[in-house]
Design a protein around this ligand. Structure first.
Ligand SMILES: Cc1cc2nc3c(=O)[nH]c(=O)nc-3n(C[C@H](O)[C@H](O)[C@H](O)COP(=O)(O)OP(=O)(O)OC[C@H]3O[C@@H](n4cnc5c(N)ncnc54)[C@H](O)[C@@H]3O)c2cc1C
Length: 285
């Protein structure tokens, strides 16, 4: 049974590209950068992966046709391009997306999913990075124990990294489970990325991490244009506004599409208040 879209609209811009593009244009005209994410994940049918590739390409072309009204930046999931079917099929699909991205000067961020695909995502990224270094970036998750090594390699490669805490349920042998440790690791990675990485995205809604990042750049006299903050559509919009008005780059991650349920349920799991918000809206409708 499919839930009605109005339940998700706090977190998901729209169900169609047509209705999402004006949202992205509005955010841009209000001073935010954006990255558009066509929702969906873990495709197991090659035909659907081919369709997802076509949809990503069509999204890149639609953004390009907006003549600068919309940021040329999208976020994609390799599991949508057939990563779980066959890695070489996924790489071929990714090459096609990145070819159009390069041609249109668009940036494509590879979101990071669960630990079943972490190594595969990092290796695929490393394979394509040399050919598309201006057009592709990766996400690394502070809760994973392996991330210190991945960050060091990405800094050496000059790769663009988005740093987040990590949104999936992972076992204790692979991922730190307690928030103080995750925060400590996040801060360590943030400092390394801002000092030796290439234009990192500091993706968090956590006031402690945001304040520590601002303090780190101020006390080390680092220019605000060396990195950007990133937050999710619909979450802490007042904080997004405040960060942008302080002169920091603020990119809003704008999810859309009709396959919104897994993304929506991750946002509910993160914060019990969101469950109440959804329930209230359910009864208001
Ligand atoms: C731009 C962006 C891209 C991301 N990409 C990925 C990715 O590729 N892979 C991945 O695993 N994870 C990704 N994430 C999710 C991330 O890993 C975390 O799960 C998520 O950001 C929550 O962690 P937090 O650092 O914001 O802090 P939290 O400690 O979860 O939250 C701090 C505060 O932010 C507010 N807040 C946080 N979440 C919510 C919410 N759902 N609703 C309302 N308020 C909230 C609350 O005030 C909360 O107290 C991304 C996050 C962002 C911002």
């Amino acid at each position: 049974m499919k839930l009605p879209f109005f339940l998700a609209r706090k977190f998901v811009a729209a169900e169609t590209v047509e209705n999402t593009l004006p949202v992205a244009a509005q955010l841009k005209s209000s001073g935010f950068s954006t990255t558009l994410d066509l929702l969906g994940e873990y495709i197991s049918d090659p035909q659907l992966a081919t369709q997802a590739k076509e949809s990503y390409i069509s999204l890149v072309r639609s953004i390009d046709a907006s003549d600068g009204a919309i940021d040329k930046n999208i976020s994609i999931k390799l599991s949508m391009l057939g990563q779980k079917i066959d890695e070489s099929f996924c790489i071929d699909n990714l090459h096609e997306v990145l070819t159009v991205a390069k041609e249109t000067n668009t940036f494509v961020r590879l979101d990071m999913e669960g630990t079943d695909v972490t190594q595969s995502t990092v290796s695929i990224f490393e394979k394509v990075h040399a050919d598309y270094s201006e057009n592709v970036g990766i996400v690394l998750q502070a809760y994973l124990k392996r991330t210190t090594d991945d960050i060091a390699r990405m800094c050496e490669m000059g790769a663009r990294v988005r740093l987040c805490k990590g949104a999936y349920k992972e076992p204790a042998k692979l991922a730190f489970q307690d928030m103080p440790t995750i925060r400590d690791r996040y801060l360590e990675h943030m400092e390394k990325l801002i000092t030796t990485g290439r234009y990192p995205g500091i993706a968090t809604h956590d006031d402690i991490l945001i304040a520590a990042t601002k303090e780190f750049v101020r006390s080390n006299d680092i220019a605000p244009n060396r990195f950007e903050f990133q937050m999710l559509y619909g979450i802490r919009t007042d904080t997004q506004q405040a960060i942008a008005s302080e002169g920091f780059g603020m990119r809003v991650y704008v999810p859309f599409g009709d396959m919104w349920y897994p993304y929506f349920s991750r946002r509910l799991r993160e914060r019990k208040e969101n469950v109440w918000f959804v329930l209230k809206n359910m009864f208001r409708k």
